[in-house]
Design a protein around this ligand. Structure first.
Ligand code: PLP
Length: 372
């Protein structure tokens, strides 16, 4: 699905030098490389505070911990997302309330969130799934009206840009109160191991989250709150600092692949190509089609048999996962989430992909539909 080795080969000398520099410096934790990456990412995103941490799941957990919620408080989350988004809610003894998504963009909307708001709702965690942002402005307005905080799960859309009604532009993850991301290797800005970060404009929240990520520590060996140990390694920071310079080029490459797929699938009735959101650029973390008429599993098998990797993100709605089923009433179903779990198929999209690779994948897809 990705070609991390090919990507590394192109920047090998820069990366190797940066890694060796960290090793020779001996500053493995919180070294200058971490500070440098933090500053460069703040500039790139145009956000006041970046708080680096150990992974994207921790980033979500630390963000929610900073909101000082009580057990039983409700947090609204789309049912069509990676498990981490809901997992941290449950871990903190909060109640995940699952809402549906728009089947064309895969993201939730203010219209879908609004009916789920109750007197206990304290936060919304919109997910910018597959590389484009949810339509955030109506969600922000809704949250303000109800005094609810927003934590954007931006693990999949770093570098995407959202346009507000007045023409202002904001980076994905900097639109709500807090944004979180993951630098898992296969993410758009991938480290060579686990890594993550949190973004906010708020000085208060930033200070709190820095403390939480560092054992709740205010000064050395003084701990004002219960925290966690969630640090970004200096080696990962040095690697990310280099890769950040290429992030926009990587998005261009991913968009080139997406455009080629889009053109190739135009004449295939059995496939619905992903729809671009009106107010967001797309960084195509995944290129995810919908396969109609219950042919998804057969197409996936055909592709795999013909040497084309293809994956299902995600096969099961969160409310059907055994670990989360008890949060929803018996028989709970969200129609678009159900449909997507039956229809979605993600095809390879990455920074090193060539036109002929896409052609070969597209022609394998078309052969499948010619046969049936
Ligand atoms: C990858 C991902 C996460 C978790 O990030 P990790 O770094 O793997 O902990 C959370 N949410 C979404 C939507 C993701 O894709």
């Amino acid at each position: 699905m990705v070609d991390l080795r090919g990507q590394y080969q192109k920047i090998k000398s820069e990366i190797d030098k940066a890694v060796i520099d960290v090793i020779e410096s001996g500053a493995f934790i919180n070294g200058p490389a971490v500070k440098s990456f933090q500053k460069n990412l703040e500039n790139y995103l145009n956000v006041k505070h970046v708080i680096p941490c150990a992974n994207g799941t921790d980033a979500l957990q630390i963000a929610l911990m900073a909101l000082d919620l009580k057990p039983g408080d409700e947090v609204i989350v789309p049912a069509f997302t990676y498990v981490a988004t809901a997992e941290v809610i449950a871990l903190l003894r909060l109640t995940p309330v699952m809402v549906d998504v728009d089947p064309r963009t895969f993201n939730t909307t203010a219209e879908l969130v609004e009916p789920a708001i109750t007197g206990k709702t304290k936060a919304i965690v919109p997910v910018h799934l597959f590389g484009q942002t949810a339509d955030m402005e109506p969600i922000v307005n809704l949250a303000e009206k109800h005094g609810i905080k927003i934590v954007e799960d931006n693990a999949q859309a770093i570098g995407a840009v959202y346009s507000l009604e007045n023409g202002d532009k904001k980076s994905a993850g900097t639109i709500g109160d807090i944004g979180t991301t993951s630098f898992y290797p296969a993410k758009n800005l991938g480290a060579y191991g686990d890594a993550g970060a949190i973004f906010t404009e708020s000085d208060d929240l930033a200070e709190k989250m820095r403390q939480i990520a560092n054992h709740g520590q205010t000064e050395t060996y003084y701990h004002d709150r219960v925290g966690v140990n969630s640090r970004l390694d200096s080696i990962q920071a040095a690697i990310l600092d280099i890769k950040l310079k290429y992030l926009d080029d990587y998005a261009v490459a991913r968009n080139r692949s997406a455009a080629a797929y889009e053109a190739a699938f135009e004449g295939i009735d059995g496939i619905a190509a992903p729809k671009r959101a009106a107010n967001s650029t797309h960084v195509f973390h995944q290129y995810t089609v919908r396969v109609k008429n219950d042919k998804r599993d057969a197409l996936k098998q055909f592709l795999n048999e013909n040497g084309v990797p293809a994956s299902i993100f995600y096969p099961l709605p969160l409310y059907r996962q055994k670990a989360f089923a008890h949060f929803s009433p018996a028989g709970f179903e969200l129609p678009a989430t159900e449909q997507l779990c039956r229809e979605v198929l993600s095809l390879p999209v990455h920074t090193e992909q060539t036109g002929s690779e896409i052609e070969q994948i597209a022609s394998t897809v078309s052969r499948f539909f010619d046969r049936i």
